[in-house]
Design a protein around this ligand. Structure first.
Ligand code: DX5
Ligand code: ZN
Length: 219
């Protein structure tokens, strides 16, 4: 099994000391920083947007892994890439058809970022298959998008297993990321199922043993 990538979600960080929390996860060995954008329309919560990303994107050396849970990804994709997104992941459910999904993937690549496609727990994994040769990443949600601190939905594990088998069989270069309710126990389950990247928010932030916690996600 390859070394798993850890992407701490700053949605659970201390916004009074954001830079301090970002440095803490960077020093603890995180390779990516997960940035959850919520518009209060596609998901029932509002988080933060381009101005915050612009401010923090260059304050660390991790990959800026931006997850946009918004209704109009085509309109806003360029702005998030200009603000510093290295990977921009949008939702399948926010697109009107497969044509639009391909258009957004192309748009993200045209602006120089890597393209990720995310699916909610209730969306069948087969929906992402047509895009795999164009995508850099598939983000499988293990919670309903909108909030940190929720419990891992074990029913999504079969989606990871299916996608890992499909990617390996067809020798496709596309990473699998999982997001929601990741802790020491669920990280093991997700890694055994075949993920490459673990997003973790409330398991890491708000604790004084971030390094120990992060190391436990890798064993
Ligand atoms: C939920 C977000 C997740 C969330 C993860 O909509 O996409 O990234 O912040 O937080 P935890 O790890 O606490 O579930
Ligand atoms: Zn996320």
């Amino acid at each position: 099994m390859n070394k798993v990538i850890i992407a701490p979600s700053i949605l659970s960080a201390d916004f009074n000391n954001l830079l301090k929390d970002i440095k803490a996860v960077e020093e603890a060995g995180a390779e990516w920083l997960h940035f959850d954008v919520m518009d209060g329309h596609f998901v029932p919560n509002i988080s933060f947007g381009q101005p915050v990303l612009k401010c923090i994107a260059k304050s660390h050396s991790m990959v800026n892994d931006v997850h946009i849970m918004i209704s109009d990804p085509f309109k806003y994709a360029p702005e998030f890439i200009k603000a510093g997104a290295n990977i921009l992941t949008f939702h399948y459910e926010a697109c009107k058809d497969d044509k639009e999904v391909f258009q957004i993937i192309d748009l993200i690549h045209d602006y120089g970022a890597k393209a990720g496609l995310s699916i909610k727990p209730g969306t069948p994994i087969q929906k992402v298959l047509p895009f795999l040769y164009s995508l850099d990443l598939v983000l499988i949600m293990s919670v309903e998008p909108g909030f940190g601190g929720q419990s891992f939905m074990t029913e999504v594990v079969s989606k990871v297993v299916y996608l890992r088998d499909y990617i390996n069989t067809n020798q496709i270069k596309c990473l699998i990321e999982i997001d929601g309710g990741i802790n020491e126990e669920t990280a093991k389950i997700a890694r055994l199922a075949g993920v490459d990247v673990l997003v973790a928010g409330s398991y890491l932030f708000g604790h004084d043993d971030i390094k120990e916690r992060m190391d436990k996600l890798r064993i």
